[in-house]
Design a protein around this ligand. Sequence first.
Ligand code: 6A9
Length: 756
Amino acid sequence: MIYGNSTDVNIPFDHHFHTEPILPFNTWGSFRAIPYFGLQTSSPDSPLIGLVWFNNNAKDVSALHVRHWCEQDDGLTYGWKYHNFDDFGFQTIKDNDYNFNTSFIKYAADNWKALVSVNQTNAKPINSNNDSISLIIYLSIQRDKDVIHIKLIIGKHWYLISLIIYLSIQRDKDVIHINGYNSSSIQITGFNEFIGNFSLNITSQGDPVLYSGQLDSDSSIVDVIKEIKSNLTPIVVNGTQIYELKTQKVPSRSQLIAYQVVFREQTKLMIEFNVKNQLKEKLSNVGDYDNDMKERIRLFGQEFDTKFGLKGKGFNEKQITFAQSVLSEMLGSIGYFNGNLSVDSPGMKSPKTYGPLEMLSAVPSRPRFPRPFLWDEGFHNLVIQRWNSSLTLKIMNSWFNIMNIDGWIPREIVIGNESIAKFGSVNTQTDVNANPPSFLLTIDSLIKNKQIDVQFLKNIYPKLKAWFQWYNTTQSGELIGTYRWRGRNPEMGKNVLNPDTLTSGLDDYPRATHPTDKEYHLDLRCWIWLAADIMSRIADTVADSQMKAQYEGTAHLLADNSLLEKLHWSESDKAYCDYGYHSTNVSLVKGVRKVWTPPKYQLTCDQLGYVNLFPFMFGIIDANNTKLGYLLDSIHNSSQMWTNHGLRSISKTSFYYNKWNNEGEVPYWRGPIWININYLMLRSLRHYADIPGPNQSKAALIYKELRNNIIESMFTEYERSGFVWETYNDMSGTGQHSHPFVGWSGVVVLIMSEHY
Ligand code: 6A9
């Protein structure tokens, strides 16, 4: 099977095609990042299995709180507690008075069982309330009659196009249908091209249920809630009003089959997936589900200890459980994504279709950002590679496969029906916009840990070269040795304090107030240094001596402390800063920006924070450079960067500290603590603590304090709230913004294990 672009759209880009699926196409897993509990295979348009539930205690259908997609506003506490990506996962969900466990065990790639069990906590006497829960498990197919997905190399030649057509008509369609059904079970059979014939049996175990129902419909999966709601009717059972799920109109072709059980206090649903001809006896590893689960959890704990060694670091049981749940949620959120992206380019009249793309990627946050993000993924894989380095290689491969011919990789990937529906619209990416190349940190770490072989590096080397070249040319500044993030909009300056720089990853972190082509950014310059430095080592490994010399030259130029200082150092502020057309006195008056002091070209040092630390963060500053001492002082100073919970994003003394960009935009990178940057800071503190210099012991001391503060705060917040958060409040340490956010906040595991 060869992947490539479909031929019916005019695509300005070309893929570096890959010829193998990321994982075998029949591999099942929790690859649906969007629902609370969803399973699918790692193939395009996989059958989808998911869980929906609601409390029947509502006056009408519209008042039901139906749970399906992770939503922050649902107010639930949930997350994967144990998950090894390969063959099992165990999640807990707390929904008011009900505790859920959702879990699965894989006995083979395409043979598994899943269990949904629910208990009412503090069960009230039966007649004292009207609570009852409807649990619904559904199976849906995505491929409808006429849509046939072509997974073939783009045809530049007429004979290739005809080849595509020839193969596509041979493709079988997916089918599902109900084979049998009674009050405690349902039997479904189906067919999928990559799986073959399969059966799905759902059985309710334990107490008899209050009621059961089923739905057979030709609706598409994206409307699953709507479809379920429109087929619910209130009825009274044993004096309790419930909502009955019932097929209204028998479909000519089943697309969505759902099975409902209603219960009061507790129930268990066992879901079993088998492919035909896969004799159970052959799967020697199938045992009693609960015992199997216990054993897998035990092995997970053992492996976790071997790989992260937290016991040896003196952490207690609770802290280790916390770290295990962080890793598990990260692995459990890894999704399989497939579909077309919308891409714009400055020269084009309107965005064009780019794809179909196929990706395996972790996501920053299941309720808020359940989709791949480029620079987040580098951080995710610093963690994932410590658990399973070959998984990281697969994920990385899938990312490098969506690179275009120019070496550009999109920053945010909204592809596939469900992702687009969740996002709310099509998301267009622009092919001149960058995002930090944090994947190089992952690769560097893989190389240092000998987890990547030369052949793999050789295979992706052409793409890495193109990637570096893309950054180094398209993001350059006007002066040699300077770089500028594209994507800032001067117009935006009319009604915000400071126009965003989404491409930098630091969104509202303030830059020059008046974006121009002459500005240049410190953080990007440091990212390019990092990239050049790592690329020189990669070139060395793959024996490309010519490029090695070039990368070394670039790295050398960008590491030159005196050139860095000439461009970016302000002696009066004792800081490295961005440069640009900038006013130091602006304010918002009724949503309109007033510029009180005219802008002029200067270093923008009234905004000290993360950006100013980049030369430190990447170890570019020489250990003997006096500037190092200044930076360490501002890091350790609690009226500037230091807090008891980690380093805040902007110095307390900065004008922009906790400033809203306009009415709707809360301070994001303007005060709150971000864990990914704190991780990089710890990495660097360790570096300066390890090499001789006048600040060696100071760096060691700050390292120790900062590490303790972060671990202590995140753990305390986890115990209190049940979540890892996107940011932490710099004064109170309280978790803020999205949650769960076991994206890069998950690097806390590496902070605990001291893997830098
Ligand atoms: C959302 C609104 C329903 C913002 O973690 C992902 C990114 C980071 O890469 C980035 O550095 N987050 C950080 O500043 C969150 C992404 C927000 C995307 C916009 C649109 C729709 O949500």
